[in-house]
Write a protein that binds this ligand. Structure first.
Ligand SMILES: C[C@@](CO)(OP(=O)(O)O)[C@H](O)COP(=O)(O)OP(=O)(O)OC[C@H]1O[C@@H](n2ccc(N)nc2=O)[C@H](O)[C@@H]1O
Ligand SMILES: Nc1ncnc2c1ncn2[C@@H]1O[C@H](COP(=O)(O)OP(=O)(O)O)[C@@H](O)[C@H]1O
Length: 297
């Protein structure tokens, strides 16, 4: 018997970053939107814990116990006093090290898959606790939809979404390390008075109304200058998407994936075509949001 779980990627429609905390993390006001690019995680009984991965970028995914899927299985097994005897296979479609929470998706997916396979019956709260131990973005991968993440992003408040938003994502030739982007944020802000992060009412209202024009003027990403500083070529991708008619163009989270908001599905197709022909990115995908979080299929 096997259990397969499908988990979406995310884009941050607001990412407000506070000063570095004593523990090295940053307080955030992180407005997540789950979008329809998916990893699938299949859990099958096995003699010992084993991870395999296929799909674009899978050669950059660790297959040892540092993999977030393996860490999720180990955490659940430890909590329920059982052996983590499971083969976790990741079918990857979320760009690796792309700022779209692919590793987090695999962590949340493996947790849900093992819970179902082992009949653990963990409560939603327990699963969310384990997710928060695994990483700041992992709880959102479980929940999906749209949510405001506070603290380091792990404390979630679900948000209303009043319509479908059409996105285009441009994948870069190489990845960016999330800790490196936060370090660059600190370096760029040295000596400045960085305010405590707060959710933007304009972003929350735009999500609730489902109006892409309103969302386009409200989106923001405090990590964008740091990502552009480490990866200046991303400015060309952003410019190409804007010229193609994107209502908004921004770096997704810590990058380097760039995200383009379209007015409708046809607009997204046009933007995707222009970006593909622009030579400013490695590949291009179209996806809608909000979509559901980790789901057993
Ligand atoms: C920036 C965001 C935006 O959603 O995601 P990505 O764009 O990378 O996917 C997240 O905050 C990333 O979350 P996640 O990838 O789970 O990060 P974690 O494993 O918890 O932390 C990795 C490292 O990022 C930095 N970090 C992360 C979260 C946070 N609030 N403050 C931080 O300073 C720390 O250096 C930490 O050691
Ligand atoms: N299951 C996983 N899938 C992808 N990367 C993983 C996974 N587990 C651990 N990692 C590590 O996490 C790093 C960040 O990857 P990822 O989560 O895809 O990007 P991001 O944090 O930018 O959204 C990778 O470079 C890789 O070393």
């Amino acid at each position: 018997m096997s259990v397969t779980v499908r988990v979406p990627a995310k884009v941050n429609v607001q990412l407000a970053v506070g000063p570095a905390r004593p523990d090295g993390f940053h307080d955030l006001a992180n407005v997540f939107l789950a979008v329809g690019l998916y990893d699938e995680i299949t859990a099958t009984p096995a003699d010992t814990l084993r991870v395999t991965c296929e799909g674009p970028g899978s050669d950059q995914v660790p297959l040892d116990h540092s993999n977030l899927a393996a860490r999720a299985a180990l955490a659940l097994a430890a909590r329920y006093g059982r052996e983590p005897a499971v083969h976790l296979h990741i079918d990857k479609d979320i760009p690796v090290a792309g700022g779209m929470a692919g590793g987090s998706a695999d962590g949340a997916g493996a947790l849900l898959a093992c819970d179902a396979l082992w009949g653990t019956g963990a409560s939603r709260e327990e699963l969310l606790d384990i997710c928060a131990e695994l990483g700041s973005d992992v709880p959102f991968s479980l929940v999906g939809g749209a949510a405001l993440g506070t603290g380091r992003g792990e404390r979630l408040t679900e948000l209303k979404v009043g319509g479908t938003f059409h996105w285009v994502f441009a994948m870069a030739e190489r990845g960016l390390s999330t800790p490196a982007v936060f370090r660059e944020f600190d370096r760029l802000g040295e000596g400045a008075d960085i305010p405590e992060p707060a959710a933007s009412q304009a972003v929350l209202d735009a999500l609730a109304s489902g109006d892409p024009g309103a969302l386009a003027v409200a989106v923001s990403n405090d990590l964008q200058p740091a990502a552009l500083s480490l990866f200046p070529e991303l400015s060309d991708t952003l410019a190409a998407g804007r010229a193609a008619g994107a209502l908004a163009a921004l770096v997704s989270g810590s990058g380097p994936t760039t995200a383009f908001l379209a007015g409708d599905a046809d607009g997204a197709t046009v933007i995707a075509g222009v970006l593909r022909a622009s030579g400013t990115c490695a590949s291009v995908r179209v996806a809608e949001g909000a979509v559901a979080g980790a789901t057993v299929v």
